[in-house]
Every structure is written in structure tokens, then in C-alpha cells.
Design a protein around this ligand. Structure first.
Ligand code: NAP
Length: 279
């Protein structure tokens, strides 16, 4: 089977490595011929080009560009698509992309491989990036079943755990477990550096250890990715932040009044609930 990948970065490049290892013939499109060369050398693609025409004979195409470029890339791709070609994407936010892209191409399937790291570009591509990680497929009423199944079957062959849900449920769920944590973690760092006593601030920086490292990690990462989350998942993120703010206010009230039993109850509940998200 011939597969196309547009955008040979961390996700697109890693897909290429995995798909070639499973015997698919991979055609890659990058904006730079130098990236095409590196992709060939690293075994990410069989053929690479800066021209979308190279994808004419492919049966399935992954768009692995930044979120803002996914729909515009599909628009440019339309003249090269055969009616049965399946197009999918890997964007981290789904509702707007799936709506726009399904209107442009009926055989479009929204997808989100939930694997990655803070590195970017072709050099960051790695084998087995998607193994044991969730791969969420987000069909809508008009998405052809055969196309959903094809994208799901390939994701399973990468050893991903495949889940199906609506784009809206996907966006609300990732707002809770991915986008809200980034904003809270960033806000934690922002609040700490507002300490006005320089001696205290310096001491805090020196003695910060594993707890601070864990809770600040996602807030000190890729700025562009964080802005994309806020921009493209704005309403879901806002609804999560509203609930979070209400919870914080309640916690402040309990602290002010010394209501230790309510604070104990909250911490008991969170201690019990955490494994439901992490195991
Ligand atoms: P990346 O390493 O920066 O790769 C994106 C690639 O897209 C670039 O290497 C570039 O490839 C191409 N590109 C950049 N700007 C473009 C533009 N304006 N028009 C067309 N192509 C452009 O980023 P990534 O982490 O792979 O992210 C790609 C997608 O995966 C995003 O939609 C993101 O939401 C999603 N995603 C990311 C992660 C993660 O943890 N990083 C996880 C899951 C999903 P060329 O230079 O070859 O053109």
C-alpha cells in the first residue's frame, strides 16, 4: 500500500519510520528539499518531494503539519486526490479541523496520536513513538466507515491503543488532561516568580526539587504548542478553567476558615481518583 505524509516533523517523521518498517511504501512531502534528503537518509520515506503531485497514487495521506496549516494543506492537495483516497490528520485539537476538512474532502478522518515529546522537526523522528500510546479517531456522521476502519487498523498496527469518539468529546477530554494542565503548570511558574522578596525567590529556586519539577514540567515547555492549544481549543479550555477557578476559590475559603475536615475530604478524593487517569 502507498501512503503519503505531509509535514516531515516529529509526528510525520515518526509515522514514516513505523509505516516503512511495516512494509508500506511511504511518500513524503516537505516544504524543504533538504528535509526530503534527510528523510530519505534516515529511512523515513521511500520518496520525498516538495511537490504535492508525488502523492497522486497514494491511497492514504497523513497531514502532519501544525494545526493552523492542516485545512489549508488539504485545500492545496485536492487536485491530486483520487476519489477513493483517504486523508487523515494528526492535529491535537479536532472539532474545527474535522468540520472544515470533511467539507473539503468527504473521505477525511480526524485522528490524534497522543504521543510526542518536546522536540521538533525531522531530526526528532523516532521508531515506535506511538506504541502503547492512545490514538484517538474522531469520526462525524458523514465519515465513511471504511475510511475510519482503515485509519484505525493502521494505528493498531503501530501498537497504539485506538479509541473512537466525537471531535467535541475529544476536545473537552484533552482540555481536561492536557491543555488545562499546561495552563495551570505555566501559571504555577508565573506565580512563583512574582515573589517580591528576592531572597525568598532565590532560596525557592535553589531548593526546588522533584515535586516542583513534576508540576512545572508541562508549563515550561513548547510555547508554540501551548498557544495552539489555547487558540484552537478555546471554549473547552475556558469551561475547564472556570470549574478550576471555582474549586480554587472554595479551597481558599476552607483555608481561611481553617476547615481542615473539608480539605482532608478533597485530598482523600483526589488520592483515590488519580489512578483512574494514570494507570
Ligand atoms: P513539528 O516537529 O514541528 O513538525 C511539523 C512539520 O510540519 C514541520 O517539521 C514542517 O515540516 C511542517 N510545517 C511547519 N509549518 C508548516 C506550514 N506552515 N505549512 C506546512 N507545513 C508546515 O511538529 P509536530 O510535533 O510533529 O506536530 C505536528 C502535528 O502533530 C501538529 O498538528 C500537532 O498538533 C500534532 N501533534 C503533536 C504532538 C507532540 O507532542 N508534538 C503530539 C500529537 C499530535 P517540513 O519542514 O517537512 O515542511
Amino acid at each position: 500500500m502507498k501512503i503519503g505524509i505531509i509535514g516531515l516533523g516529529l509526528i510525520g517523521g515518526s509515522l514514516g519510520l513505523d509505516l516503512r518498517q511495516r512494509g508500506y511504501q511511504v511518500f513524503g512531502v516537505s516544504r524543504s528539499s533538504q528535509t526530503c534528503e534527510i528523510a530519505k537518509e534516515r529511512g523515513v520515506v521511500d520518496e520525498g518531494s516538495v511537490d504535492l503531485a508525488i502523492l497522486k497514487e497514494t491511497e492514504l495521506i497523513y497531514i502532519a503539519t501544525p494545526i493552523s496549516a492542516i485545512a489549508p494543506t488539504l485545500e492545496k492537495l485536492l487536485p491530486y486526490l483520487a476519489p477513493e483516497t483517504i486523508v487523515t490528520d494528526v492535529g491535537s485539537v479536532k472539532e474545527e479541523i474535522v468540520r472544515t476538512c470533511s467539507e473539503l474532502w468527504p473521505n477525511f478522518v480526524g485522528g490524534h496520536p497522543m504521543a510526542g515529546n518536546i522536540q521538533q522537526g525531522i531530526e526528532a523522528a523516532q521508531l515506535n513513538l506511538f506504541a502503547q500510546a492512545p490514538y484517538v479517531i474522531t469520526p462525524i456522521k458523514t465519515t465513511p466507515i471504511a475510511a475510519q476502519e482503515k485509519v484505525g487498523a493502521i494505528a493498531s498496527s503501530l501498537n497504539s491503543k485506538v479509541y473512537y469518539c466525537t471531535p467535541e468529546n475529544h476536545d473537552q477530554a484533552v482540555a481536561w488532561i492536557s491543555h488545562l494542565p499546561v495552563m495551570i503548570s505555566a501559571n504555577l511558574i508565573a506565580s512563583c516568580i512574582q515573589e517580591t522578596d528576592s531572597e525568598v525567590l532565590e532560596l525557592a529556586q535553589k531548593i526546588a526539587s522533584s515535586g516542583f519539577r513534576d508540576t512545572s514540567r508541562v508549563g515550561g515547555g513548547n510555547v508554540e504548542l501551548g498557544v495552539m492549544m489555547a487558540r484552537y481549543n478555546r471554549s473547552s479550555l475556558l469551561s475547564c478553567l472556570k470549574q478550576y477557578r471555582a474549586n480554587l476559590e472554595q479551597l481558599s475559603d476552607y483555608l481561611e476558615t481553617g476547615n481542615w475536615s473539608e480539605i482532608t475530604k478533597i485530598l482523600q478524593e483526589t488520592q483515590q481518583s488519580r489512578p483512574n487517569f494514570t494507570s
